[in-house]
Design a protein around this ligand. Structure first.
Ligand code: NAP
Ligand code: MG
Length: 501
């Protein structure tokens, strides 16, 4: 394999972004972020902990009470739009850094992540001037109206699977609505968030409006979630940590929104266009190395087409080019970390113990040179899976799908909903009645019919059941970042009569 990884001798260095300044951590500590394709240190990053969280929250509070709340909605929108343009100008460089830090193929960071980031800032820039209250038709000589106001200082904790895109999903609506933010990126992928800080400064956001504090979940993340100085916490990550966040927030009754894990059913009916369905199954599970919360990791296939479908699916899966993520032809890079790789391997063993068949893949590919130390894994298909098995119920977060068969619509629906998760679902069929019946009955926040992994900044995304609460993107995201104030005015000019004249 030819290497297109840029040669790197010394790690890139990154600081925290607090109150408009790039600063070291109070403790002076740093941590290393490896390049998952080679295991080599890609960046050395300042490690925030409680002291830095305190500083960042104080800066965000000062900005919220000061310049930011005095700025007109139009100017806020212009800043967001300026930021979207700066990101677009730097898209090539940011995509490369994302791939080096996360391992995702450059094709994905270039054509999916970065355009999505630009789109989100652009979309919410437009919302800044369109956040309105209402007048309410109350009885009597009363005038009642609502003001839709920002929530205040928002803590935002994001995962490593779409580092910059998750930062955009969180920051754009929060800022459009007039909040200030302390953002903690994941320890595995801190780089592009701090790069974004540079563009935020360049765009001219007042200092303290956005603060970016790389660090670990148990220290920086926990300090942020439990901080009495924040008004809202937004989290994307595992259901397990989502519960930790909700408990920490409960202490101060901090508002919470959670976008958590999934185990999405992706359903193939015999009447589907099988070529489309095979591609849809691939998109559902191999995109981003399967590190997607809405991954179609339970692949329900109607029994009568199982053999034909599996043969075609395996043939295509085996041809996926796994390797150097900087190679434009690569479709799957490494998993984000050794920890994730080991987790995936452990599920292959679990599948075998449970009596499932490893129909395809199931191991790391043999690669050459520096990539031998990368965290790569083959596209993997488990067949003969029962929906009650652990591999069908637990989020693996890798390029690993469990094929489960079903006989009819009722059998399918029952199984599809037998999961603690409810983030997304997909269905492949030519029967529109069946498709819409499924869309209505499946307990999931997003449903894809004859497509998969479709997103747009204007369309809401979020989970049912233990996949979380709150909806990101679209106008629904503004509900997370605003609160409603009801104002009453007496127009009668008379004293309240209740206690006598
Ligand atoms: P995670 O622990 O849920 O991490 C998500 C974010 O939460 C990271 O920024 C993390 O910080 C932070 N965090 C961790 N512990 C925290 C705490 N006690 N208080 C506050 N913040 C905390 O996810 P992970 O460990 O990276 O991955 C584990 C599994 O989670 C994956 O295998 C996958 O199943 C699932 N996952 C789901 C999503 C999703 O989009 N739904 C994304 C990522 C992972 P650090 O990373 O710095 O520790
Ligand atoms: Mg990294």
């Amino acid at each position: 394999m030819s290497s297109t990884q840029p040669a790197q001798t010394t790690p890139r260095r990154y600081q925290l972004f607090i109150d408009g300044q790039f600063v070291d951590a109070e403790s002076g500590k740093t941590f290393k972020s490896p390049n998952p394709a080679t295991g080599e240190t890609f960046a050395e990053v300042a490690e925030a902990d409680k002291a830095d969280v305190d500083k960042a929250v104080a800066a965000a509070r000062k900005a919220f009470e000061g310049k930011w709340s005095k700025m007109s909605a139009r100017d806020r929108g212009r800043l967001l739009y300026k930021l979207s343009q700066l990101i677009e100008e730097h898209a090539g460089e940011l995509a490369t850094l994302e791939t080096m830090d996360n391992g995702k193929p450059i094709k994905e960071s270039t054509y999916i992540d970065l355009p999505g980031v630009v789109e989100n800032f652009e979309y919410f820039a437009g919302w800044s001037t369109k956040i309105e209250g209402e007048t309410i038709p109350v009885p009597g000589q009363m005038f009642n109206y609502t003001l839709r106001e920002p929530v205040g200082v928002c803590g935002q904790i994001i995962p490593w699977n779409f580092p910059l895109l998750m930062a955009a999903w969180k920051l754009a609506p929060a800022l459009a609505a007039g909040n200030t933010v302390v953002l903690k990126p994941a320890e595995q992928t801190p780089v592009t968030a701090v790069e974004l800080g540079k563009l935020i400064a360049e765009a001219g956001f007042p200092e303290g409006v956005v603060n970016i504090i790389p660090g670990f979940g148990e220290t920086a993340g926990a300090a942020l979630a439990s901080h009495p100085g924040i008004d809202k916490i937004a989290f994307t990550g595992s259901t397990e940590i989502g519960k930790v966040i909700a408990k920490a927030a409960a202490e101060n009754l901090t508002k919470v929104s959670l976008e958590l894990g999934g185990k999405a059913p992706n359903v193939i009916f015999a009447d589907a266009d099988l070529d489309q369905a095979v591609n849809g199954a691939m998109m559902g599970i191999f995109f981003n190395q399967g590190q997607v919360c809405c991954a179609g990791s339970r692949l329900f296939v109607e029994a009568k087409v199982k053999d034909e479908f599996l043969a075609r699916f395996k043939e295509k899966a085996d041809k996926i080019k796994v390797g150097d993520p900087m190679d434009k032809a690569t479709l799957m890079g490494p998993q984000v970390s050794m920890e994730q790789l080991n987790k995936i391997k452990s599920y292959v063993a679990i599948a075998r113990e449970e009596g499932a068949t490893v129909f395809s893949g199931g191991a790391s590919p043999e690669l050459e040179g520096a990539f031998q130390n990368g965290y790569f894994f083959q596209p993997t298909i488990f067949s003969e899976v029962d929906n009650t098995m652990r591999v069908a119920q637990e989020e693996i977060f890798g390029p690993v799908t469990s094929v489960i068969t079903f006989d009819n619509d009722d059998d399918l629906l029952r199984q599809a909903n037998e999961t603690m998760y409810g983030l997304s679902a997909g269905i492949w069929t030519r029967d529109i009645t069946r498709a819409h019946r499924f869309a209505k009955a499946v307990k999931a926040g997003v449903v894809w019919i004859n497509t998969y992994n479709m997103f747009n900044a204007a369309s809401p995304f979020g989970g049912y059941k233990q996949s979380g609460y709150g909806r990101e993107m679209g106008k629904h995201a503004l509900e997370l970042y605003t609160q409603v104030k009801s104002v009453w005015v007496d127009l009668s000019g008379k004293p309240i009569g209740w206690f006598g004249k």
